[in-house]
Design a protein around this ligand. Structure first.
Ligand code: FAD
Ligand code: UDP
Length: 374
């Protein structure tokens, strides 16, 4: 008899499996419908022996010491600060927009202070920032919004930024200095031997059994467990009873070139040209030395695996209905798909660690496993 059936072996499921097994000495069955652990952070060596991320580029960054210290139990790190260039108007300039971006784009020699005045002269007066358009036009004005954000967002989400919550483009700040890092978090590092190795260590515990290629529908009636933790799409769990929650998917096109290097930074964004949004060259992220190089192109699409919840008011409204069901259910819902939140990896780890505390508090009141769920 398992204490917990955990559905999904990504960050949410694996962190909880590890904590419940190690700290609470619970017996865990963790399953995944895919043929591997790691969820969307899964990485593997391609045919040429280059480490690639199967579900697109995953760069770890966090301000949480708790999250970083926790993951450090399972991996060493390679310090890596991600840089991104935007390819537009025949040149490649830093994104987030910074001093170098503006000086290069407009052939100027502004100082940081002059750049603040420049932005102020372009910025639109938005009283209430609600949408992804508002965020950008208020910070840098419409011209830069059109160049860097409008087309990219349309491709990525199939929506105009004015139809998306402010939080989406707010992920990308504006800078007045020359800092050209994509992230400014305190901890920015990649697992030294890759994400999958880190997950293998996390799940390597005598109390944890892993079952791959298994959809939870196939086993819930036949395998005994006391409690379930679900990390897949919340609408799927409830048989889409209120209708489908919209998710955005991506087709990944991988390519290996017979040359050691392809582009100038880990990622190059293409806001206005081509059907893909960005190209990532993995060796920048992993630090691997190889005479060839592997890239991934991201083509956003409506069909396919659910990767991104789509932050906009009508979807939040629909999610609230599912959340009301989830709140009354015996099952715990954790992770990006199960809580319909555009979370980064570190936020999912933090959410899983928080769920552990919730479970501990609840079991302190009432021992888990009084009744059978299967
Ligand atoms: P997942 O990793 O999605 O795990 C859920 C698992 O549940 C999956 O393996 C799935 O197969 C399984 N599952 C679902 N339904 C069932 C079922 N019915 N039965 C059995 N198994 C099921 N975050 C960052 O911090 N930095 C980045 O650079 C970054 N880049 C990203 C790039 C892309 C293209 C994408 C899509 C995401 C990126 N993320 C990034 C976000 C990151 O992938 C997520 O935050 C994290 O992986 C979510 O973990 P999770 O466990 O919630 O979900
Ligand atoms: N974005 C944009 N242009 C860019 C980079 C980002 O318009 O050059 C917008 C776009 O809507 C994107 C969002 O900002 O979906 C968040 O970008 P991020 O790089 O964080 O996306 P992720 O890595 O999660 O796909």
């Amino acid at each position: 008899m398992f204490d917990y059936l955990i559905v999904g072996a990504g960050f949410a499921g694996s962190v909880l499996a590890e904590r419940l097994a190690s700290v609470e000495n619970k017996k865990i069955l963790i399953i995944d419908k895919r043929n591997h652990i790691g969820g969307n952070a899964y990485d593997h060596y391609d045919n040429e022996g280059i480490l690639v991320h199967k579900y697109g580029p995953h760069i770890f960054h966090t301000n949480s010491k708790e999250v970083f210290d926790y993951l450090s139990k399972f991996t060493e790190w390679r310090h890596y600060q991600h840089k991104v260039l935007a390819d537009l108007d025949g040149q490649q300039v830093p994104i987030p927009i910074n001093l170098t971006t503006i000086n290069t784009l407009y052939n100027l020699q502004l100082s940081s202070t002059e750049l603040e005045d420049f932005f102020a002269s372009k910025a639109e007066d938005v009283q209430q920032v609600r949408t992804s358009e508002d965020v950008v036009v208020k910070a840098v004005g419409r011209d830069l919004y059109n160049k860097f954000f409008r087309g990219y967002t349309q491709k990525q989400w199939d929506l105009d930024p004015s139809d998306l919550d402010a939080s989406v483009t707010a992920r990308v700040p504006t800078r007045h200095n020359k800092d050209d890092r994509y992230f400014t978090d305190t901890y920015q590092s990649m697992p030294l031997r890759g994400y999958t190795r880190m997950f293998e260590k996390m799940l390597d515990h005598p109390n944890i059994k892993i079952m791959l290629n298994t959809n939870y529908h196939e086993i819930t009636g036949s395998l005994p467990f006391k409690k379930m933790i679900f990390t897949g799409p919340v609408d799927e769990y409830f048989d889409y009873c209120y209708g489908k929650l919209p998710y955005r998917s991506i087709n990944f096109k991988f390519e290996t070139l017979d040359q050691p290097q392809f582009q100038k930074t880990g990622t190059v964004n293409f806001p206005n040209d081509y059907a893909f949004t960005r190209i990532t060259e993995f060796k920048y992220l992993t630090g691997q030395k190889h005479h060839k190089t592997s890239l991934v192109y991201e083509f956003p699409t409506a069909e396919g695996d659910p990767y991104y919840p789509i932050p906009r008011p009508e979807n939040a409204e629909l999610y609230r209905k599912y959340k009301a069901l989830a709140d009354t259910s015996e099952t715990y819902f954790v992770g990006r798909l199960a809580t319909y939140k555009y979370y980064n990896m570190d936020q999912v780890v933090a959410q899983a660690l928080h769920t552990l505390k919730k479970i501990q508090a609840e079991t302190a009141k009432k021992p888990v496993g009084d009744e059978l769920t299967a």
